[in-house]
Write a protein that binds this ligand. Structure first.
Ligand code: SAH
Length: 393
């Protein structure tokens, strides 16, 4: 196995179990590992410190274990996936007749950096974000079949857009096991078509489940605007919560089709709902003041640190428009899923927008990602989803 040697002192974060090694921390490498290969990492004092997947880029090693005796073999993958499964089972997610949509593996949060696995009824959708997870995909699929024996029939691999291009991996999306076209999954009793073939992420935003459920509690009798609706998740919950009317908006025509399909699946023929394919800013400018419950769940405005300033301006502008138009006594659910935007940054952007509008605004809830998207305490950056529920007078 190739050995990566760190510069003096660069092992400090690893001693605190942080799972990444940046390329700048490396003094030299014995030999030339291929991207995705497992390498051993040593301190400047030649002490073993970690083992992980090597990759060319700013994060050079993603740690899989801090134990020198642990081999990255079939037993390793089975053990890791079993640990992830046991956690979901212990919090009541795996055997719930009312809900068969959940995240089984959440990257660093499950000590498996670079790997995501979502469960949709009897299909697991697996996504690699690192070259190493891509190379190990068949071993992982094998372990997944074993751990989920009797619970899933299909494993779909969806990594065409999540792997670094430069690594020349040419991943192809497709089934590693089974091959069903039945793609309807249930979330808290509501049905959704999951577009794992073409959809964003693994086909659905599993991470908004608890926040959608909270929204349902506030929907009764309200006029709801679900901006950036994608699959219409929040809209369907608002309908069940007894909203007076629900308008879903997304700039993507495909998202609007999906929203309409999901609405038909749950509330066929219900005329309270209308979906519009339109740009968010245009819609917010032209709309009236009829809404008293607004959801803003935009895509990540900042994918990287250097885009932070523009992103914060984006959040400020977007939220300003909602504060300008929302009815007195209205409730705003506003989110940021950019990892590069901190909770404080996001709050500042939203509070600035509120202050500019001159409205009196109170925080009802501070939201984040659900328990099946756990945050590894040694990798606090993993807390990416931030939300505020605000009462606007
Ligand atoms: N709220 C959704 C997830 C939103 S993902 C859920 O619960 O599942 C972000 C969505 O924003 C995508 O569907 C994308 O098509 C849409 N989008 C991106 N830019 C947009 C814009 N300028 N105006 C409207 N929608 C936009």
């Amino acid at each position: 196995m190739y050995k990566v040697h760190l510069k003096p002192g660069k092992e400090e974060s690893l001693k605190r179990f942080h799972p990444w090694i940046f390329s700048g921390a490396i003094a030299h490498i014995d030999g030339e590992p291929e991207e995705g290969e497992v390498v051993e990492v040593y301190t400047a004092k030649k002490e073993f410190i970690a083992k992980g997947h090597f990759q060319i880029g700013s994060i050079a090693v993603r740690v899989l274990t801090f134990n020198q005796d642990e081999n990255i073999d079939n037993d390793f993958w089975t053990w890791k996936l079993q640990t992830a499964f046991d956690m979901r089972r212990s919090i009541g997610l795996t055997d719930n007749a009312n809900n068969n949509t959940y995240r089984l593996v959440h990257g660093e949060g499950d000590n498996l950096p670079g790997l995501v696995i979502d469960i949709y009824a009897r299909t697991a959708v697996m996504q690699a974000h690192s070259a190493g997870m891509h190379l190990d995909r068949m071993h992982i699929a094998e372990a997944l079949s074993q751990v989920m024996e009797g619970r899933i029939d299909n494993i779909y691999y969806k990594s065409e857009t999540t792997l670094p291009f430069k690594a020349d991996l040419y991943p192809e999306n497709g089934f590693l096991k089974g091959g069903s076209s039945d793609n309807v999954a249930t979330e808290y009793g509501l049905k959704f078509h999951i577009d794992w073939l073409k959809g964003q992420k693994t086909g659905f935003f599993v991470d908004q489940r608890e926040n959608r459920s909270l929204l349902e509690r506030y929907a009764q009798g309200r006029a709801v605007l679900n901006m950036f609706c994608y699959t219409g998740g929040f809209s369907v919950y608002a309908m069940r919560g007894g909203a007076r009317l629900v308008h879903s908006v997304d700039s993507s025509a495909k998202a609007i089709d999906l929203t309409n399909k999901n609405m038909e699946l749950n509330f066929p023929g219900d005329t309270r709902h209308t979906a519009y394919a339109e740009d968010a800013f245009k819609y917010l400018d032209r709309m009236g003041d009829q809404y008293d419950l607004i959801i803003l769940d935009p895509p990540a405005f900042a994918k990287h640190r250097d885009a932070l300033r523009n992103a914060l301006q984006g959040y400020r502008k977007l939220n300003s428009k909602a504060f300008e138009k929302i009815k007195p006594g209205g409730i705003l659910f506003t989110f940021s899923c950019s990892q590069a935007v901190s909770k404080e940054n996001f709050r500042t952007a939203v509070f600035t927008a509120a202050a500019m509008s001159g409205r009196s605004v109170r925080i009802l809830h501070q939201l984040t990602q659900p328990a099946d998207h756990p945050v590894n305490i040694y990798h606090p950056e993993g807390e990416y989803l931030k939300g505020l529920v605000l009462y606007v007078e």
